[in-house]
Design a protein around this ligand. Structure first.
Ligand SMILES: [Zn+2]
Ligand SMILES: [Zn+2]
Length: 428
């Protein structure tokens, strides 16, 4: 056993060190540089919003407009005119090939916090959440986390106006059925008190804030891989008896991989409430497990899509989540390198890894979730339904003897996360 020869030619990329991989710090610097984005400016975006009707009916000028799920359109309650905002990716010119991306482009809604005059953000007196609602709805709105009625006296500054919104496709009735199905399938091990108080009709439509990125990335990984060349056994004397010992002859190789990656619509939560560093609850996992969303169908933001729903305030900027995003890029890169490592039967340990971003474009988007919450006096439990696909996940309390079942459930959710992230293709 000992260090083997260098990696054979033809098996993988050139050795590390020719062109040092960019570090996470370099990416952070690139994000910092993006303070002067080459994407649509705030003025351009404001113009796009104004041109597309903003909050008035394009036919009669009324401002009494709500999103109608069966018609999949904004509908004016006076003249019944039905319309939609244009596709956000097209409106912002985000349809060009990802491999052509250079530099960082940021949708104006992903930039600094800008006030939206049509919505108001209220702090829930029950659980402390910041809940965004349409201005005229404050009297009947409830917190989507704890169902407390919201009071206008608890107004706090708004979060940023998003670039895009993906409207609900699933109706309230369909969401109620999904929540019932989810809990029904777990009835045998669910906590009895939870089942007694279960009221699926309380489900609320919530728009969750995400920052989405398309990225043209160069990834470099370097480390050591081990390949077993011979296995043999030997009888050895230990004290007064003999035992069989197995020996392995292993070649150790320097392994490096360098390749380009295109990442499409990688979505990251942009609300402090779910930030991985601060969230102790299962809510994070539940919300990630109902992905993916068809974000390519998101429309230019118009606050009328929020009518009848609440939304979470986006209070995290790109600079707050970039470390998390770099980690996701690295996880995608490691996963892409894996199929090329078959030779190393004892595995590869990466000792240096980095990504450099050739180009990226960011969009701030609201994604639709039907959220059922139930508070048991100590903890809130949630069932979340993807407002587009109906994909459902929840964290419901279980009766104690079945606790092992619950930990399995969490493990399953984490597995789903690990393979997440939209990868278009890889060039070797
Ligand atoms: Zn009208
Ligand atoms: Zn609340």
């Amino acid at each position: 056993m000992g260090p083997g020869p260098g990696e054979p030619a033809g098996d993988g990329g050139p050795a590390a060190g020719q062109e040092p991989a960019a570090s996470a710090e370099d990416l952070l610097a690139q994000v910092e540089e993006a303070a002067h984005p080459s994407g649509p400016t705030l003025e351009e975006r404001t113009r796009i919003r104004k041109e597309h009707g903003l909050d008035k009916c394009p036919r009669c000028g009324s401002s009494d407009i709500a999103y109608d799920i069966p018609q999949r359109a904004l509908v004016c309650s006076y003249c019944r005119y039905a319309f939609n905002e244009p596709n956000a990716h097209e409106a912002f010119g985000f349809t060009s090939p990802i491999q052509d991306l250079r530099g960082v482009t940021i949708g104006a809604g992903s930039e600094d916090i800008v006030e939206d005059q049509d919505v108001v953000t209220l702090k829930c007196q029950g659980c402390g959440a910041d809940v965004v609602i349409k201005l005229e709805e404050q009297l009947q709105s409830r917190c989507h986390w704890c169902r407390q009625t919201l009071s206008i006296n608890t107004q706090v500054p708004n979060g940023a106006v998003p670039d895009a919104v993906l409207p609900f496709l699933l109706s309230r009735e369909q969401a109620v059925e999904k929540v019932k199905e989810f809990v029904g399938a777990r009835r045998t091990f669910a906590d009895r008190r939870f089942l007694r108080d279960f009221t699926p009709e309380n489900v609320l439509g919530v728009y969750m804030p995400y920052l989405m990125v398309d990225a043209n990335i160069h990834a470099e990984l370097a480390g050591t891989g081990e390949d077993t060349v011979r296995t043999y056994t030997e009888r050895v004397k230990v004290g007064d008896r003999e035992e069989t010992r197995t020996y392995y002859d292993v070649d150790v190789y320097q392994v490096a991989r360098k390749f380009d990656l295109l990442v499409d619509d990688l979505a990251t939560q942009s609300s402090t409430r779910y930030h991985r560093d601060r969230n102790e609850s299962a809510t994070n996992y539940v919300l990630r497990a109902i992905q993916p969303f068809d974000v390519e169908d998101a429309l230019v933001y118009n606050s009328n899509y929020l009518t009848g729903h609440t939304s979470e305030r986006r209070d995290l900027d790109i600079g707050d989540i970039d470390e998390e995003v770099v980690e996701k890029f690295l996880a995608i890169a490691r996963a892409r390198a894996q199929p090329t490592l078959g030779k190393y039967d004892r595995g590869v340990k990466w000792e240096a890894e980095g990504v450099s971003v050739r180009g990226a474009r960011w969009v701030a988007v609201l994604l639709p979730v039907w959220l059922y919450s139930q508070y048991d006096g100590r903890l809130s439990h949630y069932v979340a339904v993807n407002g587009r696909t109906g994909q459902t996940m929840g964290s419901i309390p279980i009766s104690q003897p079945r606790a092992i079942g619950a930990s399995c459930l969490v493990a399953t959710i984490v597995t789903v996360l690990a393979v997440g992230g939209g990868i278009l293709s890889m060039f070797a």
